[in-house]
Design a protein around this ligand. Structure first.
Ligand SMILES: Nc1ncnc2c1ncn2[C@@H]1O[C@H](COP(=O)(O)OP(=O)(O)OP(=O)(O)O)[C@@H](O)[C@H]1O
Ligand SMILES: [Mg+2]
Length: 362
């Protein structure tokens, strides 16, 4: 039997733990149709919390309701790819011949639609309207998901927002779900570009309840023919700290240590240790790799403290001004590595980063 756990970014977990509420608004939106608030939602949260997986879960739900899904990431050329996907769907569904004019300019490979003359931008809107009308007559709709929205080209966002707003105004069945790092998303929404997107529902994903983790682990192990004692289950669940990426890592590492459908206490403990190490070499190392030397020095100082720490103290320890430290504070918040803990305090966004840095500095 194959290991059911999926400790990989974006991979669908065997069970989506503790996210029923977060999906409820969208589920209602699918029933209620155009204009329902849950159809325009932004999921935010730190690395590894399950943003991409939430989008996938919403996509599955949409498909179950017969909706068409376009799944995208906010990288260069987003609008062109969206338009291409829409054309493909419309040609598949619609009766009329494909609109050559639109196809032509997209095929010609204009990378930035924002640089296109206004008549082409109108074409984009007409294309979307056409497709949505067809879907509406079939009593379905279109879901567009955009991951890593914080990295979006501002021109693309402006254009996309205008189109979506138009479709909603026309009472057409459109849904736009986005996901990104909290602080960067807030900044994005505070810019002038997106008065419309500011009205989107915002769901901040956090750690999940240990009781839910325990139940999910129990089921996944039982379903794959492995039995754990109550104590083993409790210990494994506690080790995840409710952090979704760690749920998969702990599950994966414990599962592979089972022999003949059972686990010794030692095997469970070894699995937990291995999972923690993996967290270090995957999520944590990856988030550190993107950072500068000063960023890392800043984090190393933070790791010397047991909980949230004052920026002023870090500045002091770095031998720099508070203003200088403030620049790095901002950079690290934008990167989703640390969070503003209020009252001039900052803290790590992802559990274990502190412990990992300490272990590394030793
Ligand atoms: N609700 C959940 N229950 C169980 N496992 C989950 C849940 N959400 C996510 N996971 C698992 O956690 C890991 C990280 O999920 P995902 O890639 O969606 O996070 P993310 O927030 O998109 O991270 P990043 O910011 O790095 O893109 C994956 O292995 C996924 O299977
Ligand atoms: Mg992701």
């Amino acid at each position: 039997m194959r290991n059911p756990f999926k400790p990989t970014a974006g991979a669908r977990p065997p069970l989506l733990v503790g996210r029923t509420d977060a999906l409820e608004g969208f589920r209602e939106g699918l029933e209620d149709g155009s204009g329902s608030p849950g159809l325009l939602t932004i999921f935010t949260g730190p690395r590894g919390i399950g943003k991409t997986v939430m989008l996938s879960a919403a996509e599955d739900l949409a498909r179950e309701h017969g909706w068409i899904v376009i799944s995208e990431t906010a990288t260069r050329g987003l609008m062109v790819r969206l338009a291409e996907a829409m054309i493909a769907h419309r040609d598949e569904l619609g009766d009329g011949p494909p609109n050559r004019r639109i196809t032509a300019f997209i095929a010609a490979g204009f990378g930035l639609t924002t640089e296109l003359p206004p008549e082409h931008q109108v074409a984009w809107r007409e294309l979307a309207t056409d497709l949505l009308r067809v879907l509406d007559t079939h009593a379905t709709g279109l879901l567009i998901t955009i991951d890593e929205i914080h990295a979006v080209d501002r021109g693309d966002l402006l254009e996309l927002a205008a189109v979506i707003q138009h479709l909603i105004r026309e009472d057409l069945p459109i849904s736009l779900l986005m996901a990104g790092i909290p602080k960067a998303v807030s900044d994005l929404l505070n810019e002038d570009v997106s008065t419309f997107l500011r009205r989107a529902d915002r769901i901040d994903l956090g750690d999940v309840l240990l009781s839910d983790v325990r139940a999910a682990l129990a089921r996944t192990f039982i379903d794959t023919g492995i039995s754990l004692t109550d104590t083993q289950l409790t210990r494994a669940a506690a080790a995840t700290e409710g952090y979704p990426f760690l749920i998969q890592l702990v599950g994966h590492q414990v599962w592979r240590r089972a022999v003949d459908g059972a686990l010794t206490d030692e095997a469970v403990d070894a699995g937990i240790v291995a999972a923690r190490n993996r967290l270090g070499t995957t999520v944590l190392q990856a988030s550190l790799a993107d950072l500068s030397d000063v960023d890392r020095a800043f984090l190393a100082k933070m790791a010397g403290n047991d909980g949230p720490v004052a920026l002023a103290l870090i500045a002091d320890q770095l031998g720099r001004t508070k203003k200088y430290a403030g620049v790095y504070r901002r950079r690290l918040i934008d990167a989703g590595v640390i969070v503003d803990a209020g009252w001039g305090l900052i803290d790590f966004a992802v559990p274990h980063l502190r412990a990992y840095l300490r272990a590394k500095n030793e």
